[in-house]
Design a protein around this ligand. Structure first.
Ligand code: MUC
Ligand code: MG
Length: 367
């Protein structure tokens, strides 16, 4: 299990339509495929989706930090000594996506070595999650049409609505239109990606108080410290911290400071090991968690569903697992399939998916 090399391969796959939200827009999956090689010939694979507008990482930066700092720190270490490697990686501040991808690629190696799917290694609570679909900014008609399609084709009945536009009216109109079309049974919640001020967010919550929203996420920045605390105090549903909580310390700060009452867990930024810590912290403190989406492709989504299915607390709610559907293509040999509104964790050893060499050759941007 001795690690002999770490590869970081940039690739770019266009989206059929860009995902737009308050903090940015993604029109291409410009990610980095990470491969961890061992002396015994096992290869662990994971995906790093850089999000400069959220965590400051870039595709070139992920490759640079892996090649110049992280790979030399873990080559020569046995893959089962995860905490030795984590300690070394955490000598470098930041870079959550690069660290997370290495962590998950190592778990992929371990699952292969021990012939177990990662979701069983991590907890094995169940094997699938209900799916929540994220609706990016568009006109009310287009967002309603997309939700209808997701419901009719994939059986999805939970939707996270991107909000945070100014003035608030456009988003209020969208949420109303969705509730009217989808009926009472659909679950709707909203994510502001820090786009509103606390008072704008409070007004939107007030105007939507009859729409049965179940959650509100990052409606204003966590850096608006007192304003956010005030907003959370006035919010009648759990207020999810997402981009403000990439580490256990940030989770503690937001929850104990009264600036959040629920936590989004994203394997893309905390890997499996860091997500375990965050999950146990959140459940220990008695707050709800949601499995979030970092605009992941199929490899990243396979990681999210593996972690989410592994635990009771992460499998209670629908996980955000469907945005890969908007990509024009992907890297896997066998596509993930959403059936009856659910996604099943791959059953093969490790993360349980295989990258198609021809697709990787086609989409990689370093040759
Ligand atoms: C989300 O939940 O915020 C948008 C930016 C990002 O990093 O993730 C998405 C979804
Ligand atoms: Mg979010």
């Amino acid at each position: 299990l001795e690690i002999t090399a770490v590869e970081a391969i940039p690739y770019s796959i266009p989206y059929r339509k860009p995902l737009r939200f308050a903090s940015g827009e993604v029109s291409h999956a410009e990610h980095v495929l990470i491969r961890v090689h061992t002396r015994g010939g096992l290869v662990g694979t994971a995906d790093a989706p850089p999000r400069p507008f959220t965590y400051g990482e870039t595709q070139a930066g992920v490759i640079a930090v892996i090649e110049s700092i992280f790979a030399p720190q873990i080559v020569g270490v046995d893959a089962d000594r995860r905490d030795v490697m984590r300690k070394r990686l955490h000598r470098t501040v930041g870079n959550p996506v690069a660290k997370a991808a290495i962590d998950m690629a190592i778990w992929d190696v371990l699952g292969q070595a021990w012939s177990m799917p990662v979701h069983r290694l991590l907890g094995g609570f169940t094997d699938k999650l209900r799916v929540s679909h994220m609706l990016g900014f568009d006109t009310p008609e287009a967002m309603v049409a997309e939700a209808n399609k997701m419901r009719d084709v994939y059986g999805i009945s939970t939707f996270k609505v991107k909000v945070g536009r100014r003035p608030i009216d456009a988003d209020v109109e969208v949420v109303r239109a969705l509730r009217q079309t989808l009926g009472d049974k659909a679950e709707l919640y909203m994510d502001g990606n820090r786009g509103w001020s606390p008072s704008e967010a409070a007004r939107a919550l007030e105007q939507l108080s009859d729409c049965g929203l179940t959650l509100a996420e990052e409606l204003c920045p966590a850096d608006d410290v007192l304003g956010r605390r005030w907003l959370v105090n006035h919010c009648s549903v759990p207020f999810i911290a997402d981009e403000s909580v990439t580490t256990p310390a940030e989770v503690t700060r937001e929850l104990l400071g009264g600036s959040a009452t629920a936590i989004s867990i994203k394997t893309a930024r905390s890997g499996f090991s860091g997500s375990e810590e965050i999950l146990h912290l959140a459940t220990g403190l008695g707050v709800e968690v949601v499995m979030g989406n970092q605009i992941d492709g199929q490899l990243g989504t396979a990681c999210t569903v593996a972690f989410g299915a592994a635990h009771e607390a992460t499998s209670g709610r629908a996980g955000e697992l469907s945005n890969f559907l908007d990509m024009s293509d992907d890297l896997l040999t066998e596509p993930l399939e959403i059936i009856d509104g659910c996604l099943t964790a791959p059953t093969g050893p490790g993360i349980g998916v295989t990258v198609d060499p021809d697709k990787l050759a086609h989409y990689r941007t370093d040759n």
